[in-house]
Ligand binder design. Structure first.
Ligand SMILES: Cc1ncc(COP(=O)(O)O)c(C=O)c1O
Length: 395
């Protein structure tokens, strides 16, 4: 890992405070959740340079008790060993520089094609590492349960099957019909519950306790370790990238990218992207503490979250340069641009990165940039609507 110093402050002085505050919020949230602890962390204004030693101490204490609060940083060895495992189940995905896209943006634009993975999204990688970890650490577990809008669920269903476990997947009512079909295709028992992702997530937690299943959370060190392998591929191929744009939902994707960059000792700026009408992550990033919202209304379902994951926030608060929000109309326009210039289909969350780059193209300079095309799983009906100039209404 890159050594953290007082100057190591990618987001300026405000970033240091934000990282400290986010870390503390993460730690306190986890401590609160544990009946084993009756104290809170001191409310001192934590600085970046002290956050890591504190994280290490806290982490050591809590992992002894089986709790992971602040994710132990991933080493290059962790990521490379994950890649070795992942490549037993899929090939690395390509990163291409598309001339027409480069021309349209006015910068060298690389696309990381996670839409070319075996489930059409980057999530596939984390399912593999998590399932292997689960088999090793908890061989008694026969099945998993998890909530999803689709890609996480496909990943978990596919990997659970490969590792000999049952997968029960919860989706909110009105979820993507084609993603639901794909999850069933990968062997999931699919249950519709609640009006949005976060309601389905609470039900998954309840079912796990009731039916003795392992509840796969949306954010877990093993998920991050798995998905960090896409970052390793990208940064090894193009180590001199200036900026990478990546969508943020619950945060595994951006945290994996940060881990890969840091493990390789590179300097690329990482810019997180959220939907304007699902602003929890941006509000949290800007204020340095987890903020939840009442609604997350965007057709980019992979980033339609209204609850910020504190452990993830603690990482991207320090590792990301900024978080940009994009409207659904901007995302739809990015899907059209990507299709016209590369003939690849991105789903809403998958095109959010390009939408943000496009939005910032005048202010962000003309360096070497990459956008993470994190997934391409969009229902045909929405694709038709977007390609004829429309913007789908969120479910
Ligand atoms: C295509 C796509 N992009 C981005 C995301 C957000 O990823 P994360 O939750 O790891 O931040 C998701 C989440 O499911 C997704 O499916």
């Amino acid at each position: 890992m890159r050594k953290v110093t007082p100057d190591d402050n990618r987001a300026g002085p405000a970033g240091a405070e934000r990282a400290g505050a986010a870390f503390q919020a993460a730690a306190n949230a986890a401590l609160e959740a544990s009946s084993l602890f009756s104290y809170r962390l001191p409310s001192a204004n934590w600085k970046t340079e002290t956050a890591q030693p504190r994280a290490a101490r806290l982490f050591a204490g809590l992992t002894q008790l089986g709790m992971a609060v602040c994710m132990e940083p991933l080493t290059l060895n962790d990521i490379e060993s994950a890649a070795e495992l992942v490549y037993g189940f899929m090939k690395p995905t390509p990163q291409y520089r598309w001339p027409l896209l480069t021309e349209a943006i006015g910068a060298q634009v690389w696309v990381k094609h996670e839409n070319h993975s075996p489930i059409g999204a980057f999530k596939v990688r984390g399912g593999i590492t998590l399932s292997q970890w689960l088999r090793r650490e908890h061989p008694e577990i026969q099945g998993v349960v998890s909530a999803t809008r689709g890609n996480h669920g496909q990943s978990i269903a596919r990997a659970a099957k490969c590792f000999g476990m049952q997968a029960r997947i919860l989706v909110p009512h009105g979820n993507s019909v084609e993603k639901n079909a794909a999850m069933r295709g990968f062997g999931a028992e699919l249950i519709e519950f609640g009006m949005d992702y976060d309601e389905a997530r609470q039900e998954a937690e309840r079912m796990a306790a009731k039916d003795n299943l392992f509840n796969v959370p949306p954010f877990h060190r093993e998920l991050v370790r798995g998905v960090s392998t896409y970052g390793l591929e990208l940064f090894r191929e193009i180590p001199d990238l200036d900026t990478v744009y990546v969508p943020i939902g619950c945060g595994s994707g951006i945290c994996g990218l940060i881990a890969a960059r840091d493990a390789l000792g590179l300097d690329a700026k990482i810019v997180g992207v959220v939907a304007k009408n699902a602003p929890a992550v941006k509000l949290s990033f800007d204020s340095g503490k987890p903020i939840d919202t009442n609604a997350a209304k965007t057709f980019a379902d992979g980033i339609a979250v209204r609850v910020t994951v504190p452990e993830a926030l603690a990482i991207y608060s320090r590792g990301a340069d900024r978080v940009v929000s994009v409207s659904d109309a901007e995302v739809a326009a990015a899907i059209r641009l990507l299709y016209r210039t590369t003939h690849n289909l991105a789903e809403g969350a998958g095109a959010a990165s390009l939408a943000a780059l496009r939005k910032e193209r005048d202010s962000a300079g003309h360096g070497k940039v990459a956008v993470i095309l994190s997934g391409g799983n969009m229902d045909s009906e929405w694709f038709t609507k977007i390609m004829s100039g429309g913007v789908p209404a969120p479910n």
